[in-house]
Write a protein that binds this ligand. Structure first.
Ligand SMILES: Nc1ncnc2c1ncn2[C@@H]1O[C@H](COP(=O)(O)OP(=O)(O)OP(=O)(O)O)[C@@H](O)[C@H]1O
Length: 344
């Protein structure tokens, strides 16, 4: 549905580096029809620039951008406007028209597309139901909660039956509970309408909860990409590891580890990672039964992704060096990830 080939974007800054900055640097990404694809990165990584190239708001300096069989990076004028009807967008701060009611906000893109009044009313009612805003048709944006405003944004974005929905930090202004309800709505829309969704975010929680695949951006480049569960199981880049830790490790892990190294200077602290069925295997029982070791459970967490569960468990082992190494080999053979944590 979407193919980015060798896409780069340079901006003129008038300062250093020959007066340019490479906001996006040689990105190659393929997004399938019906997929929810997440792009994660910290501020300045190039996410906004990348997503703006998907709907032609920004033209690439190099490379090609193809969305729904159209080369967005080449078409202009009326053809670009037509192509944009198939690529909708929702925003962090909703971008609603404050002087229009909910129903008039949703109706706005239909008016621009020249749809008749009776057709508009019919479509608006369907969309109001789809996003769960029945009863709020006549309210103004200022009378709505953040979650309701985003529902209006979503309904408006869906008005012209787009093939692709772009989400620019769509939940970043919302509290955790409202974030989850909007993410559930996006999954529902994706499943019901078969809509392809591309979202940019700095929160791994969003990726974990709804995305099929993820690309990690750093300094304009995609440094890693793959199915969400694979990236959780085996993050390769430092940047990816930091994002994965956002959801897999309790915040106080480092503090706990420091305390542990002080309290038990002997032995090893080990991080185990379990994916899918292995999350349920009685591994600790086997370790205690089969090895001459003391095993302490330090802390653990299981997270759900769209394609299965993912768990991390920190344990402390104490015994002879040989026995600990044997135990580590045993754990590896059970298809459980093992990392020996060293004192920083
Ligand atoms: N129009 C512009 N002119 C000059 N530089 C720009 C322009 N737009 C973006 N940049 C620069 O390009 C880099 C990438 O910015 P971009 O907004 O794409 O990153 P981001 O990952 O979306 O970050 P954020 O979440 O903070 O928006 C930054 O260094 C930014 O300053």
């Amino acid at each position: 549905m979407i193919t980015l080939t060798n896409v780069s974007k340079l901006f003129r800054t008038g300062k250093g580096n020959g007066g340019t900055i490479k906001a996006v640097n040689n990105v190659n990404v393929d997004i399938n029809k019906g997929e929810i694809f997440g792009i994660i990165g910290y501020s300045g990584a190039g996410k906004s620039t990348l997503i703006r190239m998907l709907n032609g708001l920004e033209a690439p300096s190099e490379g090609t951008v193809v969305v729904a069989d159209k080369e967005i990076s080449k078409i202009k004028g009326a053809n670009l406007r037509k192509a944009r009807q198939e690529i909708s967008m929702i925003f962090q701060h909703f971008n609603l028209l404050w002087s229009r009611t909910v129903q008039d906000n949703i109706s706005f893109p239909l008016e621009i597309a020249g749809v008749s009044k009776s057709e508009r009313m019919k479509r608006v009612n369907e969309l109001i139901k789809l996003v769960g805003l029945e009863g709020r048709e006549k309210a103004y944006p200022s009378q709505l909660s953040g979650g309701q405003k985003q529902r209006v944004g979503i309904a408006r974005a869906l008005a012209n039956d787009p093939k692709v929905l772009l989400c620019d930090e769509a939940t970043s202004a919302l509290d955790p509970q409202t974030t989850d309800s909007i993410l559930e709505l996006l999954v529902d829309i994706n499943q019901r309408l078969g809509l392809t969704i591309v979202l940019i975010t700095h929160e791994m929680h969003v990726i974990r909860k709804i995305c099929h695949r993820v690309a990690v951006m750093e300094n304009g480049q995609v440094v890693e990409q793959g199915p969400v569960l694979d990236v959780f199981r085996d993050p390769r880049e430092e940047m990816t590891k930091r994002f994965v830790q956002q959801v897999t490790e309790p915040e106080e892990t480092k503090e706990t580890m420091d305390h542990l190294f002080e309290r038990y200077p002997a032995g090893k602290v080990i991080q185990l990672t379990f994916v899918g069925d292995h999350a349920e295997s009685p591994l600790i029982t086997k370790l205690v039964r089969n090895f001459e070791l003391d095993v302490n459970i330090v802390q653990g967490k299981i997270s759900q992704t769209r394609s299965g569960s993912y768990g991390t468990l920190f344990i402390h082992l104490d015994g002879t060096e040989d026995e600990m190494l044997r135990a580590i080999e045993f754990v590896k053979a059970q298809q459980v990830g093992v990392e020996v944590i060293t004192h920083a």
